[in-house]
Design a protein around this ligand. Structure first.
Ligand code: HEC
Length: 128
């Protein structure tokens, strides 16, 4: 009995480790495309408002997840999810970085440009 319990415990720990490490290990090598004028403006706004948590090019940091990741592909997180996250913040649900705060300082135009930047980098990296 004891051996079985211990083995089950190890199984759960190993499973959790691969669950969390696996999701982050899925972060692909980012390919930077040539940016349109709008996406380039989005990159500037991204560095200003998002990079502290989501990394310089959306590759993630100790404070937040990568956005250049299959979790955030358009069919799973449509553009509206970006607008909603900026307006209302986002409760931690996919990761363990904590909540994202609302960001009222980001204008609608900046949000649109940021989305265009993130989508361009996702596409170049093969995340569709
Ligand atoms: C203070 C840190 C922080 C900043 C700044 C920040 N985010 Fe986030 N963001 C997070 C965290 C943490 C999550 C993940 C929450 C979770 O566990 O799902 C997140 C999640 C998201 C999501 C996914 C929301 C969903 O529906 O699941 C989007 C989109 C997003 N961020 C976009 C942005 C953009 C664009 C900016 C810049 C304008 C930005 N974030 C700035 C921390 C941040």
């Amino acid at each position: 009995m004891r051996g079985l319990k211990a083995r089950r415990f190890v199984g759960v720990v190993v499973g959790l480790w691969f669950g969390v490490a696996g999701a982050l290990a899925d972060t692909p090598d980012i390919v930077m495309p040539e940016l349109s004028a709008e996406a380039a403006a989005g990159q500037t706004a991204f560095v200003q408002h998002c990079a502290a948590c989501h990394g310089e090019v959306g590759d993630g940091s100790d404070n937040g997840p990568p956005l250049i990741h299959r979790v955030y592909r358009p069919s799973h997180h449509a553009d509206f999810a970006f607008i909603r996250a900026l307006r209302y913040g986002s409760r931690a649900h996919h990761w363990r970085f904590g909540n994202m705060p609302p960001m009222p300082e980001v204008s609608d135009d900046e949000a649109a440009a940021i989305i265009s930047f993130v989508r361009a980098v996702q596409r170049a990296t093969g995340i569709e």
